[in-house]
Write a protein that binds this ligand. Structure first.
Ligand code: ADP
Ligand code: ZN
Length: 752
């Protein structure tokens, strides 16, 4: 800790002759990373100097909290003699002005406490402290497994996994290695005790290999060149400019925005790429490495504390030149941001649904504005929001209409499962079965897509009809047969499989209803026993190492049929994958969500895009019982723009986003009566100016979530209305007693 002050009172008592003439302690406002109403004023002792953006330790109650100097204090605020002095200024790079302005903007737009937004930017307080040496582990010989086995050292599967993930890897801490290999930290320590790993002392150098923009990229085709040149020009402009890079899957969007990254790097500035699911983007990282010679820095929830610390500091000190991350990367303290790319910009994973509700795609544009840097939004299925911004002239559109090289777009065929019926307790139609057989016979790979983890979404008792439900949520427990457990997908509640029905106590009376990916695997194994089948979900791929291993198995053709959820829908490029079967194309259409059709279109188009990405033509079968739904027709005909026009005409007609404003108010708490009372109170006080409609309160679809009862109100307003002002004035006088909470969701994406 730097500049620890001597106590202020002893300063005064030191008999300094000029005491009366020295400047008074100055008054500053400090934002603390806590959900308070705003920044607090503090005094700066004369021994310290604190500039806006500096990280400081400030007293709060009887503890010291790290905060950020937000600006001068308010001379008309709390009386000076009541203010406390800050304790010290930390030896860390200040939070840049653009970040501070961004925090204020985001907080005001989403009606969130600025301190809660700051907390997202300060998720690593350890980064603000000086480094300490740590113990690392390394494997010395690539043949370690064979050698040690020969010496008679016990080689468990976990140890093998650990060692093979560590070969050729730089030393790292036990927690980091354990996470990568999917083993426990104890395995790492025991392997070290057994002499399989060597211990080394690591001092945090915080060096980052720099990506080299001068390395050659692929020769771009004509359309790619035009798009890349436009992006390069934008990147050199040093001002906010937004481009929608709209290109079918496989058209080379990544290659094109890599050119913009190269331009930012050449200009000596930093580049940030947001991906919806960074932990699983092993292929993306490899491509980056192919293009720029090194892997970029990463930012996501799977990083260890040490990696976070190093990366946060590397970004703040300008040493990290390119970072790829999940939405939270937007809050990192880049001092010189030259480009932001949001890949798969239409993804709802960019919307944060807990804590501060915000949309990282929208906020990337705001961040770009404060950093004076261009923003590239890339997608094969752009959101209606971005398209509306193109149409109003705010964003520029760059189009890549064709797949690169010989790859043709896959043929999408609708399978009407009311006619082309699967067997009893089966989910694959005869035509999908035939296609799977044929693909297998030709030595090619298939993907079966079903967006449902586990074995079955519902389990009921055949004797009494009792359904197994989560005790904390309004939802069914999902059977996970591989793991022999029942799980709630909303709160994570998990219990072992039961033998007796909790209601009628009958034994072995449970029946699975409906398919999950595990059940589908059973069906495939029964009818194609010779095929190598693998199930891939967030349950099976939970580390980048596992994701990379899966990519290798696919590429080496060790898998014939992969069955997976949406984590397989994005980004992957497997040249031998020629058949995609969508088992239940209707799954996302239920629920009455405003964006149900749009999302179904995006998701299915994305999944379809996995087929036939190299020389071999791809084929996609969509199983549906709504073959006439506009979204199915659009998928089959490939007429995306007609579908989008129809969707946007509908939204326009009813005043839904992006043509109108929406906000949700969610009241929740453990006491149902209290929740109901607060929700009614809110409704009673609802302002009803022109152009504003208040719907509800109504029990949420998830009326009980994690043990909290929930009521929702939906506010619909014309674009001319300031939703923020309206809500702020409205909710000001509402009191929420006890543990009842009122959450506001501006531009909601989830209506559950
Ligand atoms: P998208 O991001 O639009 O889905 P990608 O950038 O992933 O498309 O490109 C699809 C495949 O085509 C990748 O394997 C990529 O390396 C290759 N590719 C794209 N453009 C070129 C090019 N100009 N030269 C060589 N390969 C290319
Ligand atoms: Zn639950």
């Amino acid at each position: 800790m730097a500049n620890r002050p001597s106590s202020t009172s002893s300063d005064r008592d030191s008999g300094d002759l000029f005491a009366g003439e020295l400047p008074e302690m100055s008054r500053i406002s400090v934002l603390l990373p806590l959900p308070l109403t705003g920044a607090y004023d503090y005094l700066v002792p004369r021994t310290l100097s604190a500039e806006p953006g500096d990280f400081v330790l400030a007293p709060l109650g009887n503890r010291l909290v790290v905060g950020v100097v937000w600006g001068p204090g308010d001379p008309d605020g709390v009386a000076e003699k009541k203010l406390k002095p800050i304790d010290s200024v930390l030896d860390a790079p200040p939070l840049p002005e653009a970040n501070r302005a961004f925090i204020d903007w985001l907080a005001a737009y989403y009606l969130a406490p600025p301190g809660a937004v700051l907390r997202m930017a300060m998720s690593v307080t350890a980064a603000l402290e000086p480094p300490v040496p740590r113990t690392g582990y390394v494997v010395e010989s690539p043949d370690v497994i064979l050698e040690k086995e020969a010496e008679g050292v016990r080689m468990t599967a976990a140890r093998k996994r650990l060692l093979s993930s560590m070969i050729d890897r730089l030393p790292a801490q036990a927690s980091e290695l354990a996470k990568e290999a999917g083993v426990s930290v104890a395995v790492v320590k025991a392997a070290s005790d057994a002499g399989l790993l060597q211990r080394v002392a690591m001092v945090d150098q915080a060096t980052f290999a720099e990506p080299d923009p001068a390395l050659p990229g692929p020769e771009l085709n004509e359309e790619q060149k035009i798009a890349a040149e436009a992006l390069i020009e934008m990147t050199s402009a040093h001002t906010l400019n937004v481009a929608l890079l709209d290109g079918v899957t496989g058209s080379g969007k990544t290659e094109v925005y890599f050119e913009a990254i190269a331009a930012a790097l050449e200009a000596g500035r930093q580049a940030l790429v947001l991906l919806p699911e960074i932990a699983l983007s092993a292929q993306w990282l490899r491509r980056f490495e192919d293009r720029f010679g090194v892997v970029p820095a990463e930012w996501h929830s799977d990083l260890t504390a040490a990696q976070r610390r190093r990366t946060w500091r590397g970004v703040a000190e300008g040493k990290v030149k390119c970072l790829v991350g999940a939405r939270s990367a937007l809050h990192l303290p880049f001092p010189d941001l030259g480009l932001i790319v949001v890949d798969e910009e239409h993804e709802s994973a960019f919307k944060q649904e807990d804590g501060v509700h915000y949309h990282a795609r929208d906020m990337a544009v705001v961040r770009g504005q404060f950093a004076k840097c261009p923003v590239v939004l890339a997608s094969a299925t752009p959101s209606l929001e971005s398209i509306a911004n193109v149409e109003s002239g705010r964003y520029r559109r760059l189009v890549l209409p064709e797949r690169h090289g010989v790859a043709e777009p896959p043929k999408i065929q609708i399978v009407d499962i009311r006619k082309d019926k699967p067997g009893r307790q089966e989910w694959l139609s005869p035509s999908l079965r035939t296609a799977l057989e044929k693909t297998l016979a030709e030595g090619e790979q298939s993907l079966l897509f079903l967006n449902r983890r586990g074995y079955a979404p519902l389990t009921l008792c055949r004797t009494c009809g009792f359904r197994l439900a989560c005790p904390n949520c309004s939802s069914w427990l999902v059977e996970h047969r591989f793991a022999r457990r029942l799980e709630c997908h909303h709160c994570g509640y998990s219990t072992s499989q039961m033998k007796n029905c909790p209601s009628c106590e009958d034994t072995d009376s449970f029946a699975a209803c409906g398919p999950g990916v595990e059940r589908l695997a059973e069906e495939v194994a029964a009818f194609l026993p010779q095929a190598n089948v693998e199930v891939v979900t967030s349950d099976t791929l939970h580390s980048p190492f596992q994701a990379a291993a899966f990519v290798d198995r696919m590429t080496a053709k060790e898998i014939d049929i992969v069955i997976g959820t949406q984590i397989l829908a994005k980004g992957y490029h497997f040249p031998m994958l020629t058949l995609v079967g969508v088992v239940d194309a209707d799954l996302g259409l239920n629920g009455g969500d405003l964006r149900a059709s749009e999302r179904t279109y995006q998701l299915l188009q994305q999944v379809a895009g996995r087929a036939g990405r190299a020389g071999r033509p791809g084929k996609v079968l969509l199983q549906t019982s709504n073959p006439d739904a506009p979204v199915m027709e659009a998928l089959a005909s490939g007429d995306r723009d007609a579908f989008l026009e129809q969707e946007s005409a509908m939204r326009q007609e009813f005043g839904y986003p992006p043509y109108g404003r929406l906000a949700a108010i969610i009241v929740s708490g453990p006491d149902e009566r209290a929740v109901e009372d607060v929700a009614r109170d809110i409704a009673r006080q609802a302002p009803r100016p022109d152009g504003v409609q208040v719907l509800g309160p109504a029990p949420a679809a998830l009326a009980l979530l994690r043990g909290r009862h929930r009521r929702r109100l939906l506010i619909k307003a014309d674009r001319s209305v300031s939703m923020q002002k309206l809500l702020a004035n409205w909710l000001l006088s509402i009191k929420a007693p006890g543990q009842t909470r009122i959450a506001v969701d501006i531009d909601p994406y989830s209506f559950l």
